[in-house]
Design a protein around this ligand. Structure first.
Ligand SMILES: NC(=O)c1ccc[n+]([C@@H]2O[C@H](COP(=O)([O-])OP(=O)(O)OC[C@H]3O[C@@H](n4cnc5c(N)ncnc54)[C@H](O)[C@@H]3O)[C@@H](O)[C@H]2O)c1
Length: 251
């Protein structure tokens, strides 16, 4: 469970553990990952940290770190949720900031597919968390949207290549939901309301909704190269004007 210490990754780790999986929580935040693994152990009635579930430090933007994570491992399922976001117009976005987002969201997922794909058992599954923004552009969100669109295509190519071994590679694309990543953004006045108004289902989604989709894909032996939207039907309507609302709120 790469990026498993927070938000969607943590919800997914909990859902997998509740389903009987032995989970390794790998995250940039090693301390939080260790605490989360201990929490999962505690829920089994075992002493926290008895080692059924595990924690590892990983930085998906560093190939050596990702390679070391999978060294000697043979998981049945690899899930990657590691992601970061930023705001900036195409015409004045800082290139280093653009690269930072692509590095984590796209190249990071490539490195997980590369080394995780070598390690995963035949017949297993790899699932990456993409985004509604893989299909829907948002003003000021070029780096994130481009990285997530690239991730969906990356997963489709990986699905073709790994399908020979029965390994199913898919993505889940969530809409806007509250996690530590989006909490500050969702505080922008009008944003949550605009999202809801432009969705088929107006209530707010949760990280648990996304976790459910991950488990569904894992248990679906004939699904490969699919991008599963979990967004309340938001792709049917208009994406909120994040930059416009932020500019009006803070200027
Ligand atoms: N929350 C949303 O509304 C939403 C919507 C669509 C897509 N997503 C995607 O879902 C994924 C999870 O997001 P979240 O909302 O749970 O955010 P989050 O910030 O709660 O969790 C992201 C996790 O990734 C880890 N991480 C960040 N950089 C890393 C790196 N270089 N190496 C390893 N781990 C790293 C963080 O430490 C954190 O634990 C992201 O890819 C995000 O783009 C989120």
């Amino acid at each position: 469970m790469v990026g498993g210490a927070s938000g969607i990754g943590w919800a997914t780790a909990q859902a997998l553990a509740a389903d009987g999986w032995q989970v390794t929580i790998a995250d940039l935040d090693a301390d939080l990952a260790a605490a989360r693994a201990g929490e999962l152990d505690g829920r089994r009635g075992a002493a926290a940290g008895d080692g059924f579930h595990a924690a590892r430090a990983v930085d998906v933007s560093d190939e050596g770190s990702v390679e070391a994570l999978f060294d000697g491992a043979s998981p049945d399922l690899v899930v990657t949720t590691a992601g970061v976001s930023t705001l900036g117009l195409v015409t004045d976005h800082d290139a280093a900031e653009f690269r930072r987002v692509v590095d984590v969201c796209l190249t990071g997922a490539f490195l997980v597919f590369k080394h995780g794909g070598r390690a995963v058992r035949d017949g297993g599954a790899m699932i990456a968390i993409a985004s509604l923004n893989a299909r829907r552009p948002g003003r000021g969100m070029a780096a994130y949207c481009a990285a997530k669109a690239g991730l969906v295509m990356l997963a489709q190519v990986a699905a073709l290549e790994l399908g020979e071994r029965g390994v199913r590679v898919n993505t889940v694309s969530p809409g806007f939901l509250v996690t530590p990543l989006t909490e500050p953004v969702l505080q922008i006045p009008g944003l949550a309301e605009e999202y809801a108004e432009n969705s088929a289902i107006p209530h707010r989604g949760t990280a648990e909704d996304v976790a459910r989709a991950v488990l569904y894909l894992e248990g679906s032996p004939w699904m490969a190269g699919e991008d599963l939207a979990v967004d309340g039907g938001a792709q049917l309507e208009r994406y909120p004007d994040v930059l416009g609302l932020a500019t009006r709120a803070f200027s």
